[in-house]
Ligand binder design. Structure first.
Ligand code: HEM
Length: 492
């Protein structure tokens, strides 16, 4: 019966090759899928060389399939190039099964809502470094936010504190991001594994050299930081971290083997791969939004001034008293979701939904761009309006579906509570002490901001000029004091 049911509709296809010729490039696919969904519906599908790709463009469809039927959609398609360069056992790419469940449990336990508060001191410390860097080098804003997100991830994962822009662990993070991006390019390996044996000079076989060069580097970058913690534990100098905790537990229970140490390494690497770039891009998106929405910025600063005053930096104890800041954070994630297509899920068995067949093995993606710009849920969805989330009558009482930012079902982002803290404290502290304004050119003329986004694995603003200025001399002094305090902690 299922075989006779239609697949979800989609644009006209070519015989045999299906939609391959009109398949949009990564950089525009969320936008193109969003437009196609208006014509073909919130559950549509494409045929890519015989493989069915199902695109969900509403919260209802994503919830019905990926959340409510999560047992059938918890699998991932295979990612041949990622697997070949050493990410075969990385949680994000693992097929659903016992090893996935083991890795997921390992990563999730320290990142639960109740437990992530243990990392707040690290997040507060690194905001001080970021604010200080903004003060002394406002033009390097993007770099300082990157360092902020990476330094937090490194300290949580390995207990390593980043103390300079030249830090070896920042280089590790950069190599990991570069490899993640480079490996997202389509290759002949997506068509068949037999192409793995092509000679490197063969046309289109660029991936052969890429694998040879990248694999040893990635494996080093995954395994090396854990060996360092191992050495520090032996010397009694290890700081408490995700890795030190697991290694100590395994040692105590007599279960520390090369296999179990490899699992710890893989899990820890996911904190870096999953956490740094996404949080970095969310904060730079927020800065772009403040630049283009000065009224929102003023309103958010007024709330902080009213609740916290200007004699100290806000901290996590202020969060419940700052509802407008909460809305600014949510609106940043809604307006430009940093992972617009998330990661693809895969159907384990044939399924029937609204009279349509979703075949076993179909790739299923939820288009966050459509979900967070759904006109039935959000008024003026393309405008940046944090008050939409305030309860009525003050605001519009709109609700951000969690999946729109962090994904769905059994594959929902395990780092979402950590990310939420990292982003909130970064945003509230920037607003407390900096004005984000338009930059001026050499002649003193104002540069009108033009914010454009680049999308590959994640979506982020292209570099844009802005003027980051301390709100007052007192704010600048607060930044210096906080920095001195935290750097003093680093040397003792
Ligand atoms: C703003 C920050 C973040 C955003 C927007 C984000 C978004 C996402 C999304 C959309 C997915 C795919 C979910 C799905 O398949 O349905 C995901 C998966 C994942 N995220 Fe995040 N993430 C963020 C931060 C983090 C952090 C801080 C960590 C580190 C602990 C992390 C680790 C992961 C991992 C390991 C996966 C794969 C999970 C799996 O396949 O089971 N993410 N994330």
């Amino acid at each position: 019966r299922r075989a006779r049911l239609p697949y979800p509709p989609g644009p006209p296809a070519d015989p045999l090759i299906g939609h391959i010729r009109i398949m949009p490039d990564n950089s525009i696919s969320p936008e193109v899928f969003h437009n196609w969904a208006k014509q073909h519906g919130d559950v549509m599908s494409l045929n890519i060389l015989g493989k069915r790709l199902v695109i969900l463009s509403s919260e209802e469809a994503a919830t019905d399939l990926l959340d409510k039927r999560s047992a059938n959609y918890a699998d991932r398609p295979s990612f041949p190039l990622y697997e070949k360069i050493g990410w075969k056992d990385a949680l994000g790419f693992l097929p659903y099964g016992p090893y996935f469940r083991k890795m997921r449990r390992m990563l999730q336990a320290p990142l639960e809502k109740e437990t992530v508060s243990a990392f707040r001191p690290i997040e507060e410390q690194e905001t001080c470094v970021m604010l200080y860097n903004f003060l002394h080098d406002p033009a390097g804003m993007d770099h300082h936010v990157h360092r902020y997100a990476t330094a937090i991830s490194m300290e949580i994962a390995y207990g390593h504190r980043v103390l300079s822009s030249d830090d070896e662990y920042l280089k590790i993070a950069k190599r990991i991001f570069d490899a993640l991006h480079d490996a997202s390019r389509p290759s002949l390996l997506d068509v068949s594994p037999i192409f793995e044996n092509l000679p490197a000079w063969f046309p289109g076989a660029w991936f052969v050299k890429f694998i040879q060069e990248t694999k040893p580097v990635i494996l080093h970058d995954i395994l090396h930081p854990v060996s360092m913690v191992q050495e520090q534990l032996a010397a009694g100098t290890a700081k408490l971290s995700f890795v030190s905790q697991y290694l100590e537990d395994l040692q105590r229970e007599g279960r520390l083997t090369s296999e179990s140490q490899y699992d710890v390494s893989m899990a820890a690497s996911q904190i870096i791969a999953g956490g740094s770039e996404t949080s970095w891009h969310t904060i730079t998106t927020f800065i772009a939004c403040m630049l283009t929405n000065p009224d929102v910025q003023r309103k958010a600063q007024a709330e902080i001034d009213r609740v916290v005053g200007n004699g100290r930096l806000p901290d996590f104890t202020d969060r419940d008293l700052l509802p407008y800041i909460e809305c600014v954070v949510k609106e940043t994630m809604r307006w430009q979701p940093v992972a617009p297509l998330g990661l693809p899920h895969s159907a384990t068995e044939d399924d029937v939904y609204r009279g349509m067949c979703i075949p076993k093995g179909a790739f299923v993606i939820a288009n966050a761009r459509s979900i967070t710009w759904d006109e039935r849920k959000f008024h003026e969805p393309r405008s940046f309006k944090p008050e939409r989330f305030m309860p009525k009558p003050e605001g519009a009482g709109e609700v951000l579906p969690q999946g729109g930012a962090f994904g769905w079902g059994r594959r929902v982002c395990p780092g979402r509570y950590l990310a939420d803290n990292m982003i909130w404290i970064g945003i509230v502290r920037i607003l407390a002490v900096f004005d984000i304004g338009k930059a001026k050119d050499a002649d003193g003329s104002i540069i009108e901001p033009r914010i454009e986004f680049i999308t590959s694995l994640s979506s982020h603003p292209k570099p844009f000029p802005c003027d980051l200025r301390p709100r007052s001399e007192k704010a600048a002094e607060l930044i210096r004091q906080a920095y001195d305090l935290h750097m003093a902690g680093a040397t003792t």
